[in-house]
Write a protein that binds this ligand. Structure first.
Ligand code: AMP
Ligand code: ZN
Length: 115
């Protein structure tokens, strides 16, 4: 837990969220400002600031998040034809909350490259 981290507080239930998945290491909830019909934020319970600052000791949690993303996607019929998993690392990428998180987006088609 990092003091005053919004996503640490959401993972601990101190700030309410619309939870869609939880296990020992991961918490996932609906984005408050959805960019697609399905927009889920997936976070590790452990505080890590950004993908840019991970170390090799965090390899297993990063893999765990991807497996969790696949399980979460399977919960949503809207994602049966595809989904996108996005990490914004750093200000230039658009990261606004500095607790590492992955956006699971779907229910519409997306362009490439992203803007
Ligand atoms: P990023 O811009 O990649 O750092 O993504 C942060 C995301 O967190 C944005 O899509 C926000 O809409 C979302 N967000 C911020 N506060 C909340 C909240 N209290 N509950 C759910 N999602 C949130
Ligand atoms: Zn945090």
């Amino acid at each position: 837990m990092s003091d005053n981290c919004l996503f640490c507080k959401i993972a601990k239930g101190e700030i309410p969220s619309q939870k869609v998945y939880e296990d020992a290491k991961v918490f996932a909830f609906r984005d408050i400002n959805p960019q697609a019909p399905v927009h889920i934020v997936i976070i590790p319970k452990k505080h890590i600031a950004a993908l840019a600052s991970v170390s090799e000791s965090e390899e297993s949690i990063l893999g765990h998040i991807q497996v969790a993303a696949s399980k979460i996607a399977a919960q949503f019929p809207e994602l049966k034809n595809g989904f996108r998993l996005v990490n914004n690392s750093g200000a230039d990428a658009g990261q606004t909350v500095f607790h590492i998180h992955y956006h699971l987006l779907g229910g519409r088609s997306f362009g490439w490259p992203p803007g």
